[in-house]
Every structure is written in C-alpha cells, then in structure tokens.
Design a binder for this molecule. Structure first.
Ligand code: NAP
Length: 247
C-alpha cells in the first residue's frame, strides 16, 4: 500500500480522469475527498469508493473557479481528516472554437476553471501544507499546453499556464518539502473526448505513434507515481502521458 493513511483531495473527481485517480489512490490506502461541481455525482462516487476500497471518503461540492468555494472545500477536508497530503488539480473544461469565432464568454469560462481554478486550490491548500512541511500537488495539464491545438486557444493557454504554475510552485514550496508536478495527458477516452466525432478521433489517432487514445487509468498511474514516495526527488516535472503524440 503506497498511500496508506494519506489524505487526497481531487477536484472534478465525480467522473473521468479524476475518478480514476481517486480510485487508484484509494486502492493504495488513501482516504479520499471527492470534490466536483456536481454534488449528486460527487456523493455517488465518494460512496462507491468507500465501499469498494474500504477507506474513508467525503464528498464536497466545489466550483474551482471560485476561491471562496475552494477555501470551504479545504476547510471541510481539514475538519474531517486534520490534514491534506495530496492535492490533485484535475477539474477542467473545454469550450472550443477558432480564434476568429471564439466568444469572450468561451475564453473567460475556460480561464476561470482551468487556470484560476488551479491557483485557487493551491492557494487554499498551501497554508496547511506549508505548516505540515510536506505535501504533494499534482496538476493535470494537457498536451495542448505543450504543442498548442487549433480550435483551443483558450484551453491551450490555460494548460500552458498550468505548466508554468507547476514550476513556480515547485520552486516556491520546495524548501518545505512540498513537491509540485504536472501530468500532460494526450487524448484520453472520457466524457471530454466523447464530444469529438468518430472522424475527428480517427484523425487524432493517426497523429499518435501508439495509434490510439489513452485510458483514464494511464493518467491515474502517473498520478500515483507523483503522489507516492517513488517520486520523492522529483519536483517541477511535466510528465507526458500521450502515446508519443508530443515528444
Ligand atoms: P471530464 O470527464 O469532463 O471530467 C471533468 C470533471 O470536472 C467533471 O466531473 C466535471 O463536472 C468537473 N468540473 C467541471 N467544471 C468544474 C468546476 N468549475 N469545478 C469543479 N469541477 C468541475 O474530463 P476529463 O477528461 O476527465 O478531464 C480531467 C482533466 O484532464 C481536465 O483538467 C482536462 O483538461 C484534462 N485532460 C483531459 C484530456 C482528455 O483527453 N480527456 C486530455 C488532456 C487533459 P461535470 O461533468 O458536472 O461538468
């Protein structure tokens, strides 16, 4: 059990990659805080994981775009578990459009969740982690933040920003043994990519050396590495989990 007794908060974890990370951490003995914008789905996932893995869980509704809600989330987690060892910033959205036709609302919405949301949660958790002189922060970025992606000026900007924030926080928190790393997934099969047409998925697969989309468990295994002692001398790293799409 690599995370026995640890406490992990995972944002946007009612489903998709976040849920898979939560399950993987729970399977290694971590107690889990499922937080999501969808209260009902978060509660269902928290109950499911508690039963399946025999760990303590709690669910919390939190829109990461709102600092106050992130502070409430962290306070609730600390009230229940007295500590937070791992924060995984996973919540993210897309609102794709070409530059010419992207609306201000599409730009603002993605910046608020994907970029400000990561800042909000790191800020909210930082006090308790700095005091504890230990912690792990894992940010879910994207290959789009590394190589750009036509039709995703808002999304790619946020994910590039997440990579920059990862490195800044890694430098800022290193003296207190808080390690901050990012995972840059390629195209992973989730609700987010289900929105793509079959034609688009075929085109994407043709650009991936492994010639297929990834699975949520591929990302969860990378997150487990960053959460565990196996990565105790690694900080500020961006791990590409993308089937070779971008090297
Ligand atoms: P997903 O299936 O859509 O899951 C995202 C979760 O975040 C959903 O449960 C969603 O709730 C929740 N959420 C949305 N807005 C939120 C907010 N403001 N506050 C809190 N939670 C919110 O997406 P995913 O594919 O698992 O993506 C997870 C992360 O991986 C994201 O950061 C994404 O950018 C990144 N990523 C994904 C891929 C991919 O190919 N799937 C590739 C690269 C990076 P609702 O369902 O109720 O909206």
């Amino acid at each position: 059990m690599r995370l026995q007794g640890k406490v992990a908060v995972i944002t946007g974890s009612a489903g998709g990659i976040g849920k898979s990370i939560a399950e993987t951490f729970a399977s290694e003995g971590a107690n889990i805080v499922i937080s999501d914008i969808n209260a009902e789905a978060a509660l269902k996932t928290a109950e499911e994981i508690k039963t399946k893995y025999n760990v303590e869980t709690m669910s919390a509704v939190c829109d990461v775009a709102k600092l106050e809600e992130c502070e409430t989330l962290i306070k609730a987690a600390l009230d229940k578990f007295s500590k937070i060892d791992i924060l995984t910033n996973n919540a993210g959205i897309t609102k794709d459009n070409l530059v010419l036709t992207m609306t201000e609302a599409q730009w603002d919405a993605v910046i608020a969740v994907n970029l400000k949301g990561v800042f909000n949660c790191i800020k909210a958790v930082s006090k308790s982690m700095l005091k504890a002189r230990q912690g792990r922060i894992i940010n879910i970025a994207s290959v789009a933040g590394q190589m750009g992606n036509a039709g995703q000026i808002n999304y790619s900007a946020t994910k590039g920003g997440v990579i920059a924030m990862t490195k800044t926080c890694a430098r800022e928190f290193a003296s207190r043994n808080i390690l901050v790393n990012a995972i840059a997934p390629g195209f992973i099969r989730t609700a987010m990519t289900d929105k793509l047409t079959e034609e688009k998925k075929k085109v994407i697969s043709s650009t991936i050396p492994l010639a297929r989309l990834g699975e949520v468990s591929d990302i969860a295994k990378a997150a487990l590495f960053f959460a565990s002692d196996d990565s105790s001398y690694i900080t500020g790293h961006v791990l590409a989990v993308n089937g070779g799409m971008y090297m």
